[in-house]
Design a protein around this ligand. Structure first.
Ligand SMILES: [Zn+2]
Length: 296
């Protein structure tokens, strides 16, 4: 177990070590490619930019099964990229006192329900940093009560998630308020992942909340009218004549002042990890009638 009291909270070094061998392409797919290069400079974290911390921590996104040690799938540090499973577990331990969110996902990795839990696994030592975000990705099969019985250290957290998913308490929000309250703001961040502009990877938690239809034009402060936009891309809309149109639940159009249209799609929060190849296809012995394809 990590002894936090004796270690500096050097997240950058830990994340860099975790990225050296982390598989790429998982949980970091850009959200929809524009049909043509969009105007304006990219508002993405550059290689020279330090990993953005969230109140003295980082925003870790990780499968609950990985934290429980059931699988070894990579996690992701928002704005930095994927980290290997062991580093994701260590980051979560360091942020024991941070905010732990959960996102319950359907079979395709899309959001079903999200919320906060105050429970932590009993294997994580007390202490740690009070900042940062740990976002747990939870497929519904992990809510089976038998799993809580098999993993007593995680039982209270698993039971809490199952209970909240069962109740699915709605978010209370005044639609006339100018700004969303924290529950709705968090829901928008979890659902949309990053700035909604095509190709922009600025994490939603580091973006502003944009009213697709302006609040000044009676656009409601409601989930359907809200999305994250980084300061630069929010400006494109509020000051430079860009428009944002919703086509369906997961598809939006950014329309430039010259009427060029760029499609963006809400991607799955955690696309399913590739299924293993069946053992029969990876058996070491070739079939007996396999033709000999070597020369001579
Ligand atoms: Zn942006």
């Amino acid at each position: 177990m990590v002894d936090f009291a004796s270690q500096p909270a050097d997240y950058g070094t830990l994340i860099a070590a975790g990225q050296a061998t982390a598989p790429t392409g998982q949980a970091t797919a850009p959200s929809g490619q524009p049909a043509e290069p969009p105007a304006g400079p990219p508002a993405q974290p550059s290689a020279d930019e330090p990993v953005r911390v969230v109140d003295s921590g980082v925003e870790l996104r990780v499968g609950l099964a990985t934290l429980m040690g059931l699988v070894e799938e990579p996690g992701e540090v928002a704005g930095a990229g994927p980290v290997i499973a062991s580093v994701a577990r260590e980051l979560a331990e360091r942020q024991r006192r941070g905010q732990w969110r959960f996102a319950i996902l359907d079979a395709d990795g899309h959001l079903l329900f999200d919320g906060l839990t105050r429970y932590r696994p009993t294997t994580v030592p007390a202490g740690g940093d009070s900042g940062g975000i740990v976002e747990l990705h939870v497929p519904t099969h992990l809510l089976d009560p038998s799993l809580a019985e098999e993993h007593p250290a995680w039982a209270r957290l698993l039971t809490d998630l199952a209970r909240q998913y069962d109740v699915q308490a709605p978010i209370v929000q005044d639609p006339a308020a100018r700004l969303p309250g924290r529950p709705l703001r968090r829901h928008v961040q979890v659902k949309h992942r990053s700035c909604s502009f095509p190709g922009c990877r600025r994490p939603a938690a580091q973006s502003q909340v944009d009213h697709r239809r302006d609040h000044a034009k009676h656009g409601p402060t409601h989930e359907d009218n809200l999305g994250p936009a980084c300061a630069h891309h929010h400006d494109l809309k509020t000051r430079w004549g860009w428009r944002l149109v919703k086509r369906d639940e997961r598809t939006y159009l950014w329309i430039s002042p010259l009427n060029r249209r760029h499609v963006v799609t809400i991607e799955p929060i955690a696309p399913p990890f590739p299924a293993p190849i069946p053992q029969s296809e990876t058996a070491p012995d070739p079939p007996p009638d396999r033709p000999d394809d070597t020369d001579g």
